[in-house]
Design a protein around this ligand. Structure first.
Ligand SMILES: *[C@@H]1O[C@H](CO)[C@@H](O)[C@H](O)[C@H]1NC(C)=O
Length: 110
């Protein structure tokens, strides 16, 4: 096993530069106090009004999924676009809601 250049860089990098916004994880934002803080998670049918993660965001509120969008589970995720059955030439068995995707049925005749 050779000497990893990344390993070397880690120990020679000035310590003052170590604590930057870049160090926050995927689901963390950089708070005033100088810490990475976990982003808010939103319930089903809700998403953060502002992107949060990798050091940015943090001011977002949980808001309802927009028109034609849904989110089924609690968590960090964003609302997803609802499936359009007509796009696949299928009958719509149930409409999309903020909590669930549309359900498509049989092929439309024609
Ligand atoms: C879906 O919504 C449309 C428009 O509001 C309505 O006409 C239709 O009956 C609904 N379909 C189902 C399966 O609930």
């Amino acid at each position: 096993m050779g000497l990893n250049p990344g390993f070397l860089l880690f120990f020679t990098w000035p310590l003052v530069d170590v604590m930057t916004v870049d160090d926050c994880q995927e689901h963390e934002y950089w708070a005033e106090g100088g810490n990475c803080v976990a982003c808010k998670e939103c319930g089903a049918g809700l998403e953060l009004s502002q992107d949060c993660g990798f050091g940015t965001g943090g001011d977002g509120q949980c808001v309802r999924c927009g028109h034609n969008r849904y989110k089924e589970t609690w968590g960090f995720g964003k609302c997803k676009r609802c499936l359009s059955c007509s796009l696949f030439n299928r009958l719509q068995k149930s409409n999309c809601t903020a909590l669930s995707n549309s359900v498509c049925g049989d092929c439309l005749v024609g």
